[in-house]
Design a binder for this molecule. Structure first.
Ligand code: SAM
Length: 267
């Protein structure tokens, strides 16, 4: 049975969503990296980088003499990431086809291991944590970024969008993911012997911001699950309702909370 992530993969709409997402969360990523100075000739990996992920931030973080690997198991995502890396001229970034559950990346090879929306999408938390722990050098940092959906709301309130968000969270769970994985970040770092710190970011989205439409983009990517949960007719009605709500030029929103959990492996 495919898990939530396999259903999110490969679609052009999903790749576009990942680009918008990378831009939206870039300031939060930069703010965290400002607290974590890179060693000389730093090595960093963005596990499951998708179409963009943290590649721009890590290219900057490693600086001259450093290297970044963006790894993903999906060739469509890697192709999109390759175009992005070329367009932006990131000369320190290499892309690698790599399955994190059978990784061929070097053990203890990285000063920084980043994984965003991987625990929430895949839900194989113990295996994932072991994989990230294997990659990090002694004294290196693991950064996990996952959502807590509790803040994901609209103003004026948008009841149809609220119902769609509930269905999206249930759709992730039905396929083995956990949309609220951000809530467990520190506990998961502790499970691999790392004392974690946590930062939380919620963004206010102004009228007509493209990220306001995130529930509709998920509805497209997770359509099979949502049909299974709601039925096709009810899903179509719900989506029409959300489209009406989001058409209002006065509607603003708040994002889900981005929970950044990070900590250093013992030296
Ligand atoms: C929800 S997307 C997140 C992408 C990116 N981290 C970001 O924040 O924009 C999940 C990504 O994990 C990748 N992925 C799924 N299973 C994987 C695996 N076993 N090994 C490596 N990457 C995987 C998918 O192809 C997809 O690009």
């Amino acid at each position: 049975m495919p898990n939530a992530d396999s259903l999110l993969r490969s679609h052009a709409a999903e790749r576009r969503r990942l680009h918008v997402q990378a831009e939206v969360w870039e300031p939060a990523g930069r703010a965290l990296l400002d607290l974590l100075p890179a060693p000389p000739a730093a090595r960093a990996v963005d596990v499951g980088c998708g179409a963009a992920g943290w590649l721009p931030l890590l290219d900057e973080w490693v600086g001259d003499g450093g290297r970044v690997i963006g790894s993903d198991v999906d060739d469509g995502m890697l192709a999109a990431a390759g175009v992005f890396v070329d367009q932006r001229g990131f000369e320190r970034v290499d892309l690698a086809h790599d399955d994190l559950f059978a990784s061929r990346l070097p053990a203890a090879g990285f000063d920084l291991v980043h994984a965003r929306f991987q625990l929430s999408a895949l839900g194989r938390t113990s295996e994932q944590m072991r994989a990230y722990r294997r990659l990090v050098k002694p004294g290196g940092v693991i950064v996990l970024e996952d959502p807590d959906p509790s803040t994901w709301t609209f103003e004026p309130s948008a009841p149809a969008a609220g119902r769609l968000i509930e269905a999206i969270v249930a759709g992730f769970a039905a396929r083995g993911g956990a949309f609220d994985a951000g809530l467990r970040g520190a506990e998961l770092l502790a499970s691999v012997g790392i004392t974690g710190k946590v930062r939380r970011t919620v963004l206010a989205l102004p009228p007509e911001h493209p990220y306001l439409r995130l529930p509709l983009q998920f509805a497209q990517s997770l359509r099979p699950e949502l049909i299974e949960l709601l039925g096709e007719a009810a899903l179509a009605e719900l989506i029409a309702g959300v489209n009406d709500e989001l058409a209002s030029p006065r509607r603003v929103g708040r994002t889900f909370t981005l929970v950044q959990s990070y900590g250093r492996a013992p030296a």
